[in-house]
Design a protein around this ligand. Structure first.
Ligand SMILES: Cc1ncc(COP(=O)(O)O)c(C=O)c1O
Length: 457
């Protein structure tokens, strides 16, 4: 990331001026080494003065000065589908991963209710020690069949799946190679593993090859991690090339299918189906139950020996509760629906393609989206993205901005998630409003000097 990218849209000199003023106004609070008696008895004081805390305060106060409402933690009154109700008002919704409309589907709801009646709402403890329910195994068997792998292990959280599996399978002597756009859960897993971490530019197989050629031989195990369908950009890696690369260098390939399941491939079976490959194309197929599968949790589909190892040794499995029975039942029902109704996948992709084509025709920057389910509108500034999201919300459209530091500042954007349930007129209306509001937001100038002056007061 360049210096400018980490400046929230401020130039270097504006940032320096802003920080100088803040330093001045906060000078009294800066701590020097002090005798024990002088240390505050409030254990949170140093925390409140930390850079991260102060940075968050600056963002909050700057948003208030610029009149940008907080777009986060909105409370939905019901199922968030193509429409949603927030605070009693109905919105067109592009902020849900309910890609195929399975969340709230009568069969999924009925399966969850039946599981509650039989097993209750929780399994209360780790499956290893306290035992499992038939639903856990059913879910894992179905997911293994879907990915054409020998086995699968399901965990209670998608994020924790990547963290605990990568942290467990790799160690200090190993190498982890990640795409620069890889999800935070994989970065966290790599950090936990303590392995040598290298990043290659987004989707750049040749760069990954160069890194492996240079570093592979000095490490024990090696892992290459990619997403099957990138959650920020909506593009797809060249899986055949990554698969061949991993094979050439004796590395494991992990493909995170969080946004690929239900989305890619004619029947929604993910990236392997999209490329006409089978389960052997990767070593670890990671997925989440929270998106297409209308539940919560994650899984690794892999060979049996690896799955058994994970069941007995991954801290996030061994020391954490099993997936609640109604959630496992909901995911199983959603999986059945996926297999029975592939027309939902076709509807999703037609909607996403229509959104992408319409946005491009209107001159909006959609980055590298391939039009499967995720279409970003690139704004290039966190302030512009936050302003556009707020303007759209006022006009009845719920879509989240993605701001620095989730992405580099120049890559700040709005991210639209399409579903099979959106209607074409909803897409057309949304694009017309987005085009209009984008032009207005782009015309607004930010007086950074005035903002800095107000912040330092
Ligand atoms: C690519 C990717 N992997 C993993 C996760 C974590 O999944 P979950 O939200 O189900 O914990 C997400 C979440 O959005 C994701 O986008």
């Amino acid at each position: 990331m360049t210096k400018e990218e980490s400046n929230f849209g401020l130039s270097q000199s504006e940032r320096t001026r802003l920080l100088d003023r803040l330093k001045g106004s906060l000078a009294g609070a800066v701590k020097r080494p002090a005798p024990l008696s002088a240390i505050s008895k409030d254990p949170w004081e140093a925390f409140a003065q930390s850079d991260s805390c102060r940075q968050m305060d600056i963002i909050r106060r700057a948003s208030a000065i610029l009149g940008i409402d907080n777009p986060y933690f909105r409370v939905h009154d019901g199922i968030a589908g193509p429409e949603t109700v927030i605070d009693g008002k109905s919105y067109l919704n592009f902020s849900s991963y309910n890609y195929l409309g399975f969340n709230g589907h009568p069969r999924v709801v009925a399966a969850a209710k039946a599981a509650i009646d039989r097993y209750g709402t929780s399994c209360s403890a780790s499956r290893l020690v306290a035992g499992e329910r038939p639903l856990h195994r059913e879910l894992e068997e179905r997911l293994a069949r879907l990915h054409k792998t020998e086995d699968c292990v399901a965990f209670v959280s998608g994020h924790a799946t990547n963290v605990t599996v990568i942290g467990n399978l790799l160690g200090k002597a190993d190498l982890i190679l990640c795409d620069s756009a890889i999800h935070n859960s994989i970065q966290q897993g790599a950090q936990l593993a303590g392995a040598r971490r290298l990043v290659f530019p987004h989707n750049d197989v040749a760069a990954a090859e160069r890194l492996l050629a240079e570093h592979r031989a000095r490490c024990g195990n090696a892992l290459v991690a990619v997403e099957g369908h990138y959650s920020m950009d909506g593009d797809v890696p060249d899986l055949p090339a990554f698969s061949a690369l991993a094979r050439r260098h004796g590395a494991w390939l992990l493909v995170d299918e969080a946004h690929a399941l239900g989305v890619l491939g004619a029947r929604g079976r993910g990236t392997a189906e999209h490329f006409g490959l089978d389960g052997s194309a990767a070593d670890l197929w990671m997925g989440t139950l929270s998106k297409t599968f209308a539940g919560c949790g994650g899984y690794m589909a892999c060979r049996h020996r690896v799955a058994e190892f994970l069941r007995y040794s991954s801290p996030g499995f061994v020391y954490s509760v099993g997936i609640p029975p109604p959630v496992a039942a909901a995911a199983c029902a959603a999986l059945d629906l996926l297999l029975e109704e592939p027309e939902r996948v076709a509807a999703l992709n037609a909607n996403a393609q229509a959104f992408l084509d319409g946005a491009r025709a209107a001159g909006l920057d959609t980055g590298s989206s391939q039009g499967f389910a995720i279409v970003p509108i690139m704004l290039g500034s966190s302030i512009a993205a936050a302003r556009l999201s707020a303007a759209l919300f006022r006009r009845g459209i719920n879509v989240q901005p993605i701001l620095y530091p989730a992405v580099p500042e120049r890559a700040a954007r709005l991210r639209f998630f399409l579903s099979s349930e959106h209607r074409r007129e909803q897409i057309d209306t949304t694009l017309a409003i987005v085009t209009e509001e984008t032009a207005k937001v782009r015309a607004l100038k930010v007086d950074f000097a005035a903002v800095a002056a107000m912040l330092s007061r």
